[in-house]
Design a protein around this ligand. Structure first.
Ligand code: LLP
Length: 429
């Protein structure tokens, strides 16, 4: 069994360790005490980890010698006011992919000029909102959207017209395939996102014809959870065919480690590679945008669960008080995670960490190794800080967990746990 002082792998938040009692410590807070104070399941996020990674992106841009790199946090990875406020303070931009994410980013204090709106099905209402705030950039995805923007800017509905031009990018599918799960691959020609390489010329021309829109450049996103840098390079190479633009946005996608065996590129190496490719193919002086989501938040966060039952048949089933309602990723992408009992790290009982939901597929970790798990044990799954809380749901009427920020030994609730009343709150009886 692992003992006090054992260093934890890079899958855990920066600074996470086993304290002198052999208990997992996150942001200086004892995980058992967190579970006692806030209940489980709970998302625990280490604030300093978020800041360190945000600063690493910005500093890597500087170190690579790029004068004009904007780090745009893709808020779909994890969005609550406290987290967005932190990234706003660190000087990042924010990518919103819906009116709701725009609402969250504005509530967190992001200035509109540092917001960029995405979406392949933006509604008139979402576009109207974006224009009213004159966001830094709107990324145009399709011809219908161009028409909708033209209508709004033409004063068709007395809104959006007048004022400074709205900066836009046009999204292209660069026809580059990265090695990732099919469901999170976007750069291939047959994608629901953006214009094909053969269609973008027409889109550029149409956008340029609309008074009130200022075409600043091109956007491409190859895919998500990419563990190699080559696809980013190939995307930049593809984009070079499109001409010269003041702004290029190379999307997000840098992968993270979910298990200790995974070794994704470091933030510095990723930024260095992207800046290098931009310099080589897209020109020295254009503004460069990148949109990291997962790589800013995934490893900063963990989930704490309590074991409810341990059953032995062909396998040993360790069932906890959460599951696919707080982490959909195993179910959706067959994603692998690690698990440990927070005060008995390093066990060797092979078991399946199962969720509480009414589906056989609700398994959080297929091949966990725990130290003699028993009901009441508190279990941690690391690397749940991205696309965990963001994709949480109420399946089986399970209230969504709280989000707790930890820093310097202090823990604070930043999103409260849903109550049963929240489940009936919106019902019209
Ligand atoms: N920019 C665009 C246009 C995107 O579509 C995405 C992710 C990002 C940036 C951020 O990508 P990241 O750096 O986080 O890889 N729910 C899935 C991930 C879906 C990603 C969708 N787009 C998951 O849990 O793996």
């Amino acid at each position: 069994m692992a003992t006090a002082g054992t260093l934890l792998s890079h899958v855990y938040p920066i600074g996470a360790r086993l304290n002198e009692r052999g208990v997992l410590e996150l942001g200086g807070c004892d995980a058992l005490e967190l579970a006692r104070e806030f209940g489980t399941p709970a998302y625990v996020v280490v604030e300093d980890d978020l800041r360190t990674r945000a600063q690493a992106f910005v500093e890597a841009g500087r170190a690579a010698g790029h004068e004009n790199l904007a780090v745009v946090y893709a808020s779909k990875a994890s969005a609550c006011t406290a987290l967005l406020r932190l990234f706003a303070q660190e000087g990042l931009w924010c990518d919103v992919a819906s009116g709701g994410e725009l609402h969250l980013a504005l509530a967190a204090g992001f200035p509109a000029q540092r917001l960029l709106m995405h979406g392949n099905a933006k509604s008139r209402e979402e576009l109207r909102l974006a224009l009213r705030h004159r966001l830094g950039l709107i990324v145009i995805d399709n011809l219908d959207e161009i028409q909708r923007l033209a209508g709004l800017l033409g004063g068709e509905e007395g809104d959006g017209a007048g004022g400074p031009a709205q900066g836009v990018l046009i999204r292209v599918t660069p026809d580059v395939r990265g090695d990732t799960h099919e469901k999170i691959s976007t750069g291939q020609a047959n994608s629901k996102f953006g214009f094909g390489m053969d269609q973008i010329g027409d889109a550029i021309q149409r956008v340029r014809e609309i008074a009130g829109l200022e075409l600043q450049g091109i956007h491409a996103h190859v895919g998500s959870q990419l563990l190699e840098l080559e696809p980013f390079r190939r995307a930049a190479q593809q984009l070079a065919q499109l001409g010269v633009f003041p702004t290029w946005d190379l999307g997000g996608g840098l992968g993270v480690a979910y298990t200790a065996a995974q070794h994704p590129p470091a933030i510095e190496d990723y930024v260095g590679a992207v800046v290098g490719a931009a310099r080589e193919y897209l020109g020295e002086h254009s503004r460069l945008l990148i949109e990291p989501g997962r790589s800013l938040t995934a490893n900063a966060g963990v989930t704490l669960y309590t074991v409810e039952s341990v059953k032995r048949n062909v396998s040993t089933w360790v069932a906890v008080d959460g599951g696919m309602s707080d982490n959909l990723r195993p179910m959706l992408y067959n994603a692998g995670y690690e698990a440990e009992i927070v005060d008995r790290f390093g066990g060797d009982t092979a078991c399946v960490l199962a969720g509480k939901h009414c589906e056989s597929g609700d398994v959080i970790v297929k091949d966990a190794h725990l130290d003699d798990p028993r009901p009441g044990d508190v279990v941690v799954t690391p690397a749940t800080g991205a696309y965990g809380h963001a994709m949480a749901n109420n399946y089986n009427g399970v209230p969504r967990p709280p989000v707790i920020f930890c820093s310097g030994g202090n823990a604070r609730l930043v999103v409260r746990r849903e109550s049963f009343d929240d489940l009936t709150f919106r019902d019209v009886i």
